[in-house]
Design a binder for this molecule. Structure first.
Ligand SMILES: Nc1ncnc2c1ncn2[C@@H]1O[C@H](COP(=O)(O)OP(=O)(O)OP(=O)(O)O)[C@@H](O)[C@H]1O
Ligand SMILES: [Mg+2]
Length: 572
């Protein structure tokens, strides 16, 4: 059997590594570089190119080049490259093929098995898409591991016999993960993970871009929002500016001949200070306090219990991020791992465990968690009234994996012959407010009075973070499985909700939103933080987008329930 390697398939950059003489070793690509841009393109002669070569043509051929495809994984869409549509899995498979090819040449052997890392907060669908990308590249994905867990492994291999609680704050190009874990006697025990799949360096770039475009438009009265090439040039320039501002207090940004104003070419020229940049991104970084708090409450730990903070991901080099962490946790983060390479090094360690180069007895063991709640929709009775679309939790978030949980349900109607099992992932009480993962039908239930026939639903969540669902008619032993489709997961899209309070219907919701926000601020919502936050956002977004009042009332009702529950609890 061939050797298993470790791969970090990142939003902005990707890497590949293996274990050499008991230590992780990052394998250089064909240019001799350890870090490969996650960029794919078509060359002039129609070849697929990956990495630096593709990145270099981005400005000249934006339509033939794809960047940041990871944020589209598992979302069901396609991307266009050279006039042809590709799935995000296909684009990712080109990156994987390239990495494996470079590694194969470097090691002088065929590589076709790998451990691939994903953000801890990646959904089931996104994980499946990652496995699919692997198989499209001809790679058997032997294990999917969470990026912060991988980073912890990298640290853990050298510090195995120390006893400490660690918080890993991983802010990369496109995702944020916060993970709390305990380390003792060679065991890395992940307690909780929380995160945001749509927050990272690319959003900081976007904020800076919007700011500069706004100023440019005001100054010259030209609109470049349709000019793909100008936007790409700006994107590249703002990233340079952002990175420079991690080292210096100000940066002079100049893009010559940026656009045409009244027939004359004009340049975009600005001096951006670190203060200005921090002002633009502060809100985004401050918002991650929520994920930190959620991770803490799920892990049943406080900031004061944390012995060590590790920063991972390129965006943690931003000084404001470091200040924010120190301010929020009351302790300075330490530079004990390489923020760019810790994840791939950890993936190589996991690969070595699978290769049996490292063993659980002598070396290291990890446990990981399922970061989301998983369940099904059921008919529930509250005070004698039927409530449809209730969410019944089967696997609560942050339980240690692998895990198998079962629950028994009864039929609802007399002589019911089939049930539809709808599977969701998320934290809401109403099933349909969560991410729908898939459904299946269990047929041929023997006719009987309501609730006499029993259905056993079992969820198995494996070490790759992939879910298998099974339903069984208990009296017959007949089973059906869920094949979860790999498309159609809805993700929360950020919408500007600033004007929500001015919408005619807003009055009805102001009081509860104010109350919820006050509770969030005062940290009175404990483990409901995500849910409360999300409901508030849903109401505001709904108001701005003219959503049906009925729907908004439902959200309000849910929020009300939580707030009621919390105040009840604290009153006791
Ligand atoms: N010195 C720096 N200061 C600020 N930002 C930086 C710096 N160096 C890199 N970055 C940013 O870090 C991001 C890339 O980080 P990294 O390579 O860790 O992400 P990734 O692994 O590709 O993404 P993800 O883990 O989210 O999928 C980019 O947005 C890049 O602009
Ligand atoms: Mg990363």
């Amino acid at each position: 059997m061939s050797r298993i390697v470790g791969i970090d398939l990142g939003t902005s950059t990707s890497e590949i590594a293996f274990l050499k003489d008991g230590k992780p070793f990052v394998i250089p690509n064909h240019l001799g570089e350890y870090i490969t841009p996650s960029v794919v393109g078509l060359s002039d002669d129609g070849r697929v190119i990956v990495g630096k070569e593709a990145r270099d043509q981005l400005l000249l051929k934006p339509d033939d080049t794809v960047i940041e495809v990871k944020r589209l994984m598992g979302m069901g869409g396609t991307v266009s490259m050279g006039g042809k549509e590709y799935t995000p899995q296909q684009i990712s498979s080109f990156i994987l093929s390239y990495l494996v090819d470079c590694a194969g040449k470097y090691l002088g052997e065929d590589i076709n098995r790998a451990v691939i890392t994903v953000p801890a907060y990646f959904s089931d669908t996104q994980r499946r898409a990652t496995v699919e990308a692997g198989s499209l590249a001809g790679i058997k994905v032997e294990r999917i591991i969470n990026e912060p867990t991988a980073a912890a492994l990298d640290y853990g291999l050298e510090h195995m016999w120390e006893c400490q609680n660690i918080l890993i704050y991983d802010l990369g190009g496109g995702t944020l993960d916060v993970t709390v874990l305990e380390m003792f006697e060679g065991v890395l025990d992940v307690k909780a993970s929380s995160g945001n799949n749509q927050l990272g360096g690319k959003d900081f770039d976007q904020r800076l871009m919007d700011y500069l475009l706004n100023r440019f438009t005001t100054q010259y009265n030209v609109n470049v929002s349709e000019d793909k090439r100008a936007l790409m040039r700006l994107k590249e320039a703002v990233e340079k500016c952002k990175i420079a501002l991690s080292q210096q207090e100000e940066y002079h940004l100049l893009i010559p001949f940026f656009a045409n104003a009244e027939g004359n070419p004009v340049s975009l020229e600005e001096t951006v200070t670190r203060d200005t940049f921090e002002g633009l991104i502060k809100e985004l970084i401050d918002s991650t306090e929520k994920q930190i708090n959620t991770a803490f409450s799920d892990a049943h730990l406080n900031a004061s219990d944390i012995d060590l903070i590790l920063l991972v991901g390129g965006s943690t080099r931003i000084p404001y991020v470091q200040h924010f962490i120190e301010k929020t946790l009351g302790k300075a983060p330490q530079s004990l791992v390489d923020p760019d390479l810790a994840v791939v090094r950890g993936a190589a360690i996991q690969a070595a465990i699978l290769n049996e180069q490292l063993t659980a007895e002598k070396d290291i063991i990890i446990t990981d968690v399922c970061p989301y709640t998983l369940g099904i929709s059921v008919l529930d009775y509250v005070g004698g009234f039927p409530i449809t679309d209730a969410y019944d939790v089967i696997i609560p978030r942050n339980v240690t994996i692998p895990v198998v949980k079962e629950k028994i349900y009864g039929t609802v109607a007399d002589n019911q012959t089939q049930v539809e099992i709808n599977v969701y992932q998320g934290e809401f009480k109403k099933a349909s407010h969560n991410n729908f993962l898939g459904k299946f039908l269990l047929k041929d239930i023997p006719p009987a009075p309501a609730s006499q026939e029993k259905i056993n639903v079992s969820f198995a969540y494996d070490v790759n973070g992939i879910l298998q669902v099974e339903g069984q008619i208990v009296s017959l032993g007949k089973k059906a499985n869920l094949i979860i489709e790999t498309s159609g997961v809805e993700m929360v899209k950020e919408i500007d909700t600033e004007g929500w309070a001015k919408v005619p219907n807003a009055r009805k919701f102001k009081a509860i939103i104010r109350k919820a926000e006050r509770m969030l601020e005062n940290e009175e919502v404990r483990y409901y933080a995500l849910e409360v936050e999300s409901l508030v956002r849903k109401i505001k977004t709904g108001l701005v987008q003219g959503e049906k009042l009925e729907t908004l009332d439902e959200f309000k009702e849910e929020l009300h329930e939580i707030i009621y529950e919390l105040t009840e609890e604290t009153d006791v």
